[in-house]
Write a protein that binds this ligand. Structure first.
Ligand SMILES: Nc1nc2c(ncn2[C@@H]2O[C@@H]3COP(=O)(O)O[C@H]4[C@@H](O)[C@H](n5cnc6c(=O)[nH]c(N)nc65)O[C@@H]4COP(=O)(O)O[C@H]3[C@H]2O)c(=O)[nH]1
Length: 955
C-alpha cells in the first residue's frame, strides 16, 4: 500500500504521527470533558437563576395579597376610596396584577340591598354570573360570593358584581385558604372580564369578621405570563438564547397549564436521545417545582442546542493543533529519516568511493612522498641558495604591500623585515614619488607590469643610505585577477659607491682630488655658457710650477706628490668656492674664474694665486720654495675662442716661463707664433734623426794649469733645412718632454765615442769626450747595456768617456741611483755632475756617489768677479771637490778674469767661449791639429792652494 504513495513514510514517522494523534485525541477528550462540566455548571446556574426569579415573582404576588388582606383583617370598614388608594401603588409596582378583588359572601336575603349598593357604584350592576360566555343575573342561591370591591374598574367592569362562587377554582382555593389559613392560588382559569382568555390565576386570602366568621376574601388577579416575564426581565434573564424555559401552573407539564415558554410551539422540545449522546450538553435540563400559595408550579429549563464547535473551541483547537503538530513532527521525523537514509546511502557510496580512493591514495602517497622529498630538497636548495646569494626574495599582495621578505633580508639590507611588511615600496621610501624614475616605477607597478633592475635609495635602520636593486613580476590567479607581485632584490650599495668612486675618479685627479681634464672641460663649458649669458668675462689661468721637475727628480716622487697636494690646497684656498681649480697634468693646474656681480676680475687675483703658491713648503725635513708661472686667457676677447682658452693660457704660461719664471702673462695673439714654432719643432724633431739632421759640436775642455786641451764636450746641434741651425735650448726640452731624447741621446753617445776614437786613431792626443745624459736616458732600462754596446762597437776605451749628469737625476731615491752609477762606473767611464750648484744644495750625497768631476755651472762663473755670493759658491765647490778628491771644471768661462780667478782658486779645468765656442768636427780637428791651448801664466802652486783655502774659510 505504502509503495503506491508518492512518498514512503518511515515507521518512525507513522509512529510519531499515531502517538501525536492519540495524545491530541486524549487531550481533546479531556478538555471536552472539562468543557462539558463547565457547560453543565453554567447551565445549572442559569436554570437556578431563572427558577429563583420566577419564584420571587410569585412570592411577590403572594406578598401583595397578604398585605392587602391585612387591610380588611383589622375589622375596620374599608371604603372603596381607601381600597383604591391602597392598591393603586401596588398595581403600579406589579404590572402583572390584573385586578384586586374583594369578594363578599352575600346571603340571598341580602341580595337586593347588596345589589343596590353595587348599583350605587356602577349603575345597573346586579349580582351576576356567566353562562355560555354571557353575563347573566345570578340564579338565586343561598349565598353568593360577589366581587364587591374591584380595582381597577377600568378593563375589569365585567367582574364587578360577579358571583365568584360560580367558579370552581376560586371556591377550591378559598376552601384551601380557609383550611390552611394562608393564601391559596387558583389554577389558571379564564377571567370574565377577558374577551380573549389569557392565562391568569388568583391568589386569595379569606376575610373574617370580628367574630371570626368568614365574610369573604381578598384576591389578586394575576396575569401569569406577565408575572413570569416581569420576574425574568427584572433579573435580566430574558433574551439569553443559550437556554429555553417553560413555566407551568401545575405539577406537570400540561399544555393547559403552560404559563410561559421560550420554546417554539409553546413548550420545550422533547429530548432527542441520539443528539443527546453526540452533544450531551444538549441534554441539560432542569425541572423545578415551586409552591405558589399551596399550588405546585413546574419550571422546566433546557439548554438551547448550539453548534458543537461553539462550545468546544478550546478542545477543537487543541485537537487541530495536536494533529497539526503531529503531522509536522511526523513530517520532520520523515524528513530526518529520509535524510538519514540518504546520508546512510551516501555514506555507503562514499565509503565505497573512499575505499577505491584509499587504494589510489596509498599509491599516490608513495609518489607524493617522493615529490615532497624532492620539494623539500628543492626548498632547501632554494633557501641555501637565497641565503648564500646576496639576493632576497619578496612578495606583495594585491594592494602592493609587502607580505613576505625572505633570504636574510635584515642582515643583507640592514632593515628589519617588520619595518617593510604591510607597506608599499613607496610608503617605505617616500622619496620615490619625488623622483622621475620613482614615479615611472610606481606607474609601472600600478599598471601590473613586470620591472627589471629598478634601483633606488633607501635609508636603513641605522640611517645609512643604501642602494637596492629589485626585479618583480606581477602575479595573476587562474581567472586572470591580479593578486600581487613577487620578485628579488639585492643590496647594490657597494657597487653604487664604487661607481660613484669610479665616476669621481674619472673626473678627479687621484692625487690632489681636484677636477681632472675631463671635468675641467665640463666646467669650462659651463663657465663659457655663463659668460655668454651674463656678458661677464671668464679667465682661464694655466699654472705651471717652476722647477717642479727638479723637486720630483731630486727629492723623489713622494716629495713631488706632497708638493702637488700642497699647491692644490693653496690654490683652492686662494680662490672662491665658485671658481674651478683643476689639475691638467703633472705640475700643471688650471683655474677658471668668472666675474660675478661686483667682484671684478683683476690681475690681483693672479698675483694672489702666485703668492699663495710661493710659500715655503716642508718636504720631509727640508724647507723648499716653489714658484709658478701663470698664463691667463680671457674670454670673451678678440683672439680667444672658447675651445682654445686652455691652449692660449698654455701659450701665455710658456711665455711667462721664458721670461724668467715666477711671473704671469696674459695671452696675446703674438704668443701664438712662438707656440706654433714649438709645435713645428716638435713635429720636425720626430723626423730629425731619420733625416740625419743632427750634428755634434765639440767644445774643448782645457787643463787650467797646463793650458792644454784635455777633453771636449759633445754638444748637439740640429741642422734643420728650414729653421737652420737650431740650438739645444730650443729643442732639448721638447725632446725630453716627448721622450725623443732617448734615441737622440743614444745617437749622440755613439757618434761622440766614434768620433773621439777616430781622432785618437788619427793620432791626435787621446782626449776625453763628455756626453750629456738626460734624465730620461738615465731612467732607461737598457742604459748600461747601451753604453757597453757603444764602447764595444766604437772600440773607445771607457776611460775616455765622461758622462755628464745633472744633480736632479739621482737626488730622489738615491739607492737605485747609487747602484746605477756604480754599474756605470764599473764600465770604466768617468762621471761628472753638470751644472753643479744649481739644484738641490745638499752635498752629502757626493761622498756616496762614484763621481769623478764636478762641473761648476756657468751662471756662477758669469758673475764670479762681480758677485761675492757667486765667488763664495765657486770657491766652496772647488774646495769641496778637492776634499772629496774630485776634479773641478768650470764652464762658461768667457773672460780672462774669470779664468784668472778660477786658476787662482785651484779650479782644475775650464770650458768656455774664452778659449773656444763649440766647434764642428772639422774645426775641432783643426784645433787639435794646430795644438792650440791656453797661455799659462806661472802662478806658484802654493799660492794658488793657499788662496783657495782662505776663500773657502771666508765663505
Ligand atoms: N754663454 C756661454 N755659453 C757657453 C760658454 N761656453 C760654453 N757654453 C755653452 O754652455 C753649454 C754647455 O753645455 P751644458 O751645460 O751641458 O748645457 C747643454 C746641455 O744641457 C744641453 N745639451 C747639448 N747637447 C746635448 C746632448 O747631446 N745631450 C743632452 N742631453 N743635452 C745636451 O743643452 C745645453 C745647452 O747647450 P749649448 O747651447 O750647446 O750650450 C753649451 C755651450 O755652448 C760660454 O763661455 N758662454
Amino acid at each position: 500500500m505504502l509503495r503506491h504513495l508518492p512518498f514512503s513514510p518511515t515507521r518512525a514517522a507513522v509512529l510519531t504521527f499515531g502517538a501525536g494523534l492519540g495524545a491530541s485525541v486524549a487531550l481533546f477528550l479531556g478538555v471536552s470533558h472539562l468543557e462539558y462540566d463547565n457547560l453543565a455548571l453554567s447551565f445549572a446556574q442559569r436554570a437556578d437563576q431563572r427558577v429563583a426569579s420566577v419564584r420571587q415573582g410569585l412570592h411577590d404576588a403572594v406578598e401583595v395579597i397578604t398585605v392587602t388582606n391585612r387591610l380588611f383583617a383589622l375589622g375596620t370598614p374599608v371604603t372603596r376610596a381607601q381600597f383604591h388608594d391602597f392598591t393603586a401603588p401596588l398595581m403600579q409596582r406589579h404590572p402583572f396584577i390584573k385586578a384586586f378583588n374583594v369578594h363578599r359572601l352575600v346571603a340571598d336575603s341580602d341580595r337586593a340591598a347588596f345589589e343596590a349598593e353595587l348599583a350605587a357604584v356602577v349603575p345597573g350592576t346586579v349580582i351576576h354570573e356567566q353562562r355560555d360566555g354571557v353575563q347573566v343575573p345570578a340564579e338565586r342561591r343561598p349565598t353568593y360570593n360577589v366581587v364587591h370591591y374591584l380595582e381597577p374598574m377600568a378593563g375589569n367592569e365585567a367582574a364587578f358584581g360577579f358571583d365568584s362562587a360560580t367558579r370552581v377554582p376560586i371556591n377550591a382555593a378559598l376552601a384551601q385558604a380557609q383550611a390552611e389559613d394562608r393564601a391559596a392560588a387558583t389554577p389558571l382559569f379564564p377571567l370574565v372580564q377577558d374577551a380573549h382568555p389569557q392565562p391568569s390565576f388568583q391568589i386569595l386570602l379569606p376575610v373574617h369578621d370580628r367574630d371570626g366568621r368568614l365574610v369573604g376574601d381578598t384576591a389578586v388577579v394575576v396575569r401569569a405570563r406577565e408575572l413570569v416575564q416581569k420576574a425574568l426581565a427584572g433579573a435580566g434573564l430574558l433574551g439569553d438564547e443559550r437556554v429555553m424555559m417553560s413555566v407551568y401552573a401545575g405539577a406537570r407539564a400540561l399544555p393547559a397549564d403552560l404559563v410561559f415558554t421560550t420554546g417554539e410551539g409553546g413548550a420545550l422540545p422533547p429530548l432527542d436521545p441520539i443528539a443527546s449522546w453526540i452533544a450531551p450538553e444538549h441534554a441539560n435540563r432542569a425541572i423545578r417545582t415551586l409552591d405558589v400559595a399551596g399550588r405546585p408550579w413546574l419550571v422546566e429549563v433546557a439548554a438551547t442546542p448550539r453548534p458543537f464547535a461553539a462550545d468546544h473551541l478550546a478542545s477543537l483547537a487543541i485537537l487541530a493543533g495536536g494533529i497539526l503538530v503531529s503531522l509536522l513532527t511526523a513530517a520532520w521525523v520523515q524528513t530526518s529519516g529520509e535524510r538519514t537514509r540518504r546520508v546512510q546511502q551516501l555514506v555507503r557510496t562514499r565509503t565505497a568511493d573512499l575505499k577505491r580512493t584509499n587504494r589510489r591514495l596509498v599509491d599516490d602517497m608513495v609518489a607524493r612522498e617522493r615529490t615532497e622529498k624532492a620539494l623539500q630538497q628543492s626548498e632547501q636548495r632554494f633557501r641555501q641558495l637565497v641565503s648564500m646569494s646576496s639576493d632576497w626574495y619578496w612578495e606583495q599582495d594585491a594592494q602592493l604591500r609587502f607580505t613576505m621578505v625572505t633570504g636574510g633580508f635584515s642582515e643583507k639590507a640592514g632593515v628589519l623585515v617588520e619595518h617593510l611588511l604591510g607597506k608599499t615600496r613607496w610608503e617605505y621610501v617616500p622619496a620615490l614619488a619625488a623622483s622621475e624614475a620613482g614615479r615611472e616605477h610606481i606607474a609601472r607597478v600600478t599598471g601590473y607590469l613586470p620591472f627589471n633592475e629598478f634601483e633606488y635609495q633607501v635609508l636603513d635602520d641605522q640611517g645609512q643610505t643604501r642602494w637596492f636593486c629589485v626585479n618583480g613580476q606581477p602575479v595573476f590567479d587562474r581567472n586572470g585577477a591580479f593578486t600581487g607581485y613577487r620578485g628579488t632584490g639585492r643590496d647594490i650599495t657597494e657597487r653604487k659607491l664604487t661607481e660613484q668612486r669610479v665616476h669621481h675618479v674619472a673626473q678627479h685627479d687621484v692625487l690632489t682630488g681636484l677636477p681632472n681634464r675631463s671635468l675641467l672641460q665640463d666646467r669650462l663649458g659651463q663657465a663659457v655658457a655663463y659668460a655668454n649669458r651674463s656678458g661677464n668675462p671668464v679667465w682661464v689661468m694655466l699654472i705651471d710650477l717652476d722647477r717642479f721637475k727638479f723637486v720630483n727628480d731630486s727629492m723623489g716622487h713622494k716629495a713631488g706628490d706632497v708638493l702637488l697636494m700642497t699647491v692644490a690646497a693653496r690654490l683652492r684656498s686662494a680662490l672662491r668656492d665658485l671658481d674651478t681649480v683643476a689639475r691638467l697634468s703633472g705640475d700643471e693646474f688650471v683655474v677658471i674664474v668668472s666675474e660675478h656681480g661686483e667682484q671684478k676680475l683683476t690681475p690681483e687675483i693672479v698675483e694672489r694665486v702666485m703668492a699663495a703658491v710661493a710659500q715655503p713648503v716642508m718636504l720631509g725635513t727640508k724647507e723648499f720654495f716653489v714658484t709658478c708661472s701663470i698664463g691667463v686667457a680671457v674670454y670673451p676677447s678678440e683672439a680667444t675662442e672658447a675651445d682654445v682658452l686652455i691652449e692660449h693660457a698654455d701659450i701665455a704660461m710658456y711665455r711667462a716661463k721664458k721670461l724668467g719664471r715666477n711671473n704671469f702673462q696674459f695671452y696675446t695673439p703674438a704668443m701664438n707664433e712662438e707656440s706654433l714654432e714649438r709645435v713645428r719643432i716638435e713635429g720636425a724633431l720626430r723626423n730629425a734623426l731619420e733625416r740625419d739632421e743632427f750634428v755634434l759640436y765639440y767644445q774643448p775642455q782645457l787643463d787650467i794649469k797646463t793650458g792644454k786641451v784635455v777633453g771636449m764636450e759633445a754638444l748637439l746641434r740640429w741642422q734643420h733645412p728650414e729653421l737652420g741651425m737650431v740650438p739645444p735650448g730650443r729643442f732639448i726640452s721638447i725632446a725630453e718632454e716627448t721622450g725623443l731624447i732617448v734615441p737622440i741621446g743614444a745617437w749622440v753617445m755613439r757618434t761622440a765615442c766614434a768620433q773621439n776614437k777616430a781622432w785618437q786613431d788619427a793620432g791626435f792626443d787621446k782626449l776625453r769626450v763628455a756626453v750629456n745624459l738626460s734624465a730620461r736616458q738615465f731612467g732607461a732600462p737598457d742604459l748600461i747595456e747601451g753604453l757597453e754596446a757603444v764602447l764595444k762597437d766604437t772600440g773607445m776605451e771607457p776611460k775616455y768617456l765622461e758622462i755628464e749628469l745633472t744633480e736632479s737625476l739621482f737626488m730622489s731615491d738615491i739607492t737605485p741611483a747609487v747602484d746605477l752609477l756604480h754599474r756605470m762606473k764599473a764600465l770604466g767611464v768617468s762621471l761628472s755632475i753638470d751644472d753643479f750648484g744649481t739644484g738641490y744644495s745638499s752635498l752629502s750625497y757626493l761622498s756616496r756617489f762614484p763621481i769623478d768631476v764636478l762641473k761648476i755651472d756657468r751662471s756662477f762663473v758669469a758673475d764670479i768677479t762681480r758677485d761675492a755670493n757667486d765667488e763664495a759658491i765657486v770657491t766652496s765647490i772647488i774646495a769641496l771637490a778637492h776634499n772629496l778628491k774630485l776634479a773641478v771644471i768650470a764652464e762658461g768661462v768667457e773672460t780672462a778674469e774669470q779664468l784668472d780667478y778660477l786658476r787662482r782658486h785651484g779650479c782644475d779645468e775650464m770650458q768656455g767661449y774664452y778659449f773656444s765656442r763649440p766647434l764642428a768636427n772639422a774645426q775641432f780637428e783643426q784645433l787639435l791639429r794646430e795644438g792650440r791651448g791656453l797661455t799659462v801664466e806661472a802662478i806658484p802652486e802654493q799660492v794658488v792652494e793657499a788662496q783657495a783655502q782662505a776663500e773657502v774659510a771666508d765663505a
